[in-house]
Design a protein around this ligand. Structure first.
Ligand SMILES: Cc1cc2nc3c(=O)[nH]c(=O)nc-3n(C[C@H](O)[C@H](O)[C@H](O)COP(=O)(O)OP(=O)(O)OC[C@H]3O[C@@H](n4cnc5c(N)ncnc54)[C@H](O)[C@@H]3O)c2cc1C
Length: 345
């Protein structure tokens, strides 16, 4: 800016010297041209200035801007913002730093359907889309409309649509391009007149034991919390990252072969190409590794997919133990398993 003003000053001095050699009419024409050029330059400069200071709004989805005030994307008093839409659903915008389970609890209290099966998953709202958290037949991607994030590569704020998040089983754009996006808030679409999802075996069994045929939304949340408390260690007492590995996805032909060797193995067809294999069952029933420890690291007694630190296990010991399981699973089933957790360092 300073350089621009200095050069403008010298240009004006020069301009005055040049003008003295012209007639009055020529001078008027030259001054007129000068003013027009100056006005154009100022418009261009100011336009650039405001654009560069207004980046956060340049990518806001125009439709969303209509229903949600832009400032709601930024820190304010509210943790969540509820916006009913014309289809009888409710858009719920939640800030990334909020506790996930408190958010689920709030939505259930407000009779909003869609995330109740994801009750009691530890962590924040902002982490939910990163690995597309999932449990008991639901995944975060089923209710996420869009994610507002700062793209550190492009240096701008974006509203990323569900489709553009490239969600898949425990995976997303945010996990694949780790560190690139800082998630700020998430817009969920929840149903006012929804239906509970009790298709998952553990949830179904829970209600049939209690003779409940048509559970309510809050009964489903409480059921999920009960099931999780029985199956998973209490994070306040035991060091764990929850499920350490992903459930493998294999072809129908591979599933057919496995079933021939292990007839009791439960298999869950996802579509006509892919079958999901419950790895906890393999580690438990095939590898006989449930509740087994080496030093302070082991598999949890109630769920073999969960690794626990029973005291002072180091990261190296956890990694070696996990590697051991990976090799045994490969040897017994031919399946190459992947970790759900991300190693740091
Ligand atoms: C006992 C137990 C049970 C669990 N059960 C389940 C389960 O049933 N289903 C399931 O899917 N997961 C489960 N998990 C895993 C875990 O709860 C989730 O991955 C959760 O989303 C992590 O949240 P966090 O806030 O602790 O994120 P962190 O662990 O701190 O971060 C996870 C990743 O997300 C990134 N991240 C976090 N916040 C942001 C942000 N605002 N912007 C950009 N990136 C961000 C981090 O950089 C990191 O890569 C379980 C974990 C435990 C300990």
């Amino acid at each position: 800016m300073a350089i621009t003003l200095i050069s403008l000053f010298f240009s004006l001095v020069n301009f005055k010297n040049i003008l003295s050699s012209y007639s009055l009419l020529d001078k008027k024409i030259l001054i007129g041209i000068g003013i027009v050029i100056f006005v154009f330059l100022m418009i261009g400069y100011l336009n650039g200035f405001y654009k560069s200071h207004d980046t956060p709004m340049t990518n806001v989805d125009k439709e969303q801007e209509k229903v949600v005030p832009p400032e709601s994307f930024l820190p304010n008093e509210e943790s969540y913002l509820y916006v009913p839409d014309e289809n009888g659903n409710v858009q719920v915008i939640a800030k990334a730093g909020e506790d996930w389970d408190s958010f689920v609890e709030e939505c259930v209290k407000k009779d909003l359907y869609g995330i109740e099966n994801l009750s009691y998953i530890p962590g924040t709202v902002g982490a939910a889309p990163v690995q597309n958290i999932g449990a008991y037949g639901s995944e975060a991607k089923d209710t996420i409309d869009s994610v507002r994030a700062f793209d550190t590569k492009k240096g701008e704020f974006l509203n990323i649509s569900n489709l553009d998040c490239h969600f898949s089983y425990r995976d997303s754009l945010f996990k694949r391009e780790s560190g690139r996006f800082i998630i700020i808030s998430i817009t969920f679409i929840l149903k006012k007149e929804g239906k509970v999802n009790v298709g998952y075996k553990d949830v179904r069994d829970h209600f049939s034991k209690k003779d409940i045929i048509a559970p309510t939304l809050s009964q489903v949340r409480n059921a999920v919390i009960d099931i999780r408390r029985n199956k998973l260690p209490d994070v306040k007492l035991v060091g764990t990252a929850g499920s350490f590995f992903k459930n493998p996805l294999i072809s129908h032909a591979e599933a057919h072969e496995l079933k021939a060797t292990y007839p009791d193995m439960p298999l869950f067809p996802i579509d006509d190409k892919i079958v999901k294999v419950p790895l906890g069952w393999i580690i438990d029933q095939v590898c006989k590794y449930r509740g087994i420890s080496k030093g302070d690291v082991g598999t949890y007694r109630n769920q073999a997919l969960v690794l626990v630190n029973n005291g002072n296990a180091t990261a190296r010991e956890v990694k070696e133990f996990a590697q051991n399981i990976t090799e045994i699973v490969k040897e017994k089933t031919g399946i190459e398993i992947e970790t759900e957790v991300q190693y740091v360092g």
